[in-house]
Design a protein around this ligand. Structure first.
Ligand SMILES: [Zn+2]
Length: 277
């Protein structure tokens, strides 16, 4: 598959940024990221009869090497390809995007870290989070959401905080509770993951029953995972799976649900917009 669009088109740049950001600036085939490889947008679905090239529901991130491999070029040929001016420009553009994205991520993480530190200090009056403890929490910001960490904090407090006979907070139990936060996050994530795969299985089985004619189980899974990556609620997907009659209708419905969800998410994220170069 070739690059889709004129790289100088601002609309193309905007969409490219959106998809690269969703994929964390990594090729979805080999996992290599910018700026080590040059990334490009590819279409992942070509079953729908629409001519909207830039329909984001069907776009993904790939690197040029993987795309060339798919199109059958051999390794030896690929090494001898000189970069064109367009490709150099493209790489520069991607580098700028990447720097911008990382800056944005860093700011968000700082804000999130502050939020959970304030939460903890508010819960345990008089507790002052040390720099070492801040670092300890910072390591989990990229792994878990603020909500997950905060609810783990609540659980840690319920379970591990102790009082002495005079009713004073046992200082060492505070540290124990603090140290248990990541473990609780991890356990909760495992439970949620199990629930997630149960839910998807249920939807999958439902689809197999309701859809007449053509049904591709692997692609159905891909589409459902795709919808879930945009946080389309499991219940909504199940309802949809119970009502669609055909594969085409299923694909259109998933697309619609993702578009709706993107709109909802974009409103939620409006407080930290990225500048597109
Ligand atoms: Zn790749």
């Amino acid at each position: 598959m070739n690059a889709l669009y004129d790289i100088h088109d601002p609309e193309y740049k905007r969409i490219k940024y959106e998809i690269f950001e969703k994929d964390s600036f990594k090729c979805q085939s080999c996992g290599m990221g910018a700026p080590v490889v040059t990334l490009q947008l590819i279409r992942i679905q070509d079953t729908l009869q629409n001519d909207k090239w830039l329909d984001t529901a069907f776009l993904s991130t790939s690197c040029k090497i993987c795309e060339k491999k798919k199109s059958g070029a051999d390794e030896k040929n690929m090494q001898n390809v000189f970069m064109s001016i367009d490709e150099l420009e493209e790489r520069l553009q991607q580098l700028k995007m990447l720097i911008n994205w990382r800056k944005g991520m860093l700011n968000i993480r700082k804000q999130q870290l502050n939020k959970i530190i304030i939460y903890w200090e508010h819960k345990i009056a008089g507790f002052e989070t040390s720099n070492a403890q801040k670092k300890y929490l910072a390591a989990y910001i990229s792994k878990y959401s603020c909500d997950e960490i905060q609810s783990a904090m609540d659980m840690a407090i319920d379970k591990f905080i102790k009082y002495d006979d005079d009713g004073n907070l046992d200082q060492s139990s505070i540290l124990t509770a603090f140290s248990k936060i990541p473990e609780i996050c991890q356990t909760k994530t495992e439970i949620i993951n199990a629930h997630e795969s149960d839910g998807l299985q249920r939807i999958h089985n439902q689809l197999k029953q309701t859809i007449n004619g053509f049904f591709d189980p692997n692609r159905a899974s891909q589409w459902l995972n795709y919808a879930r990556s945009w946080e389309v609620p499991i219940d909504d997907l199940f309802k949809m799976a119970s009502s669609v009659k055909s594969w085409t209708e299923f694909s259109i419905q998933v697309d619609k649900m993702v578009e709706k969800q993107k709109y909802i998410l974009s409103r939620g994220r409006a407080d930290h917009t990225f500048t597109i170069i």
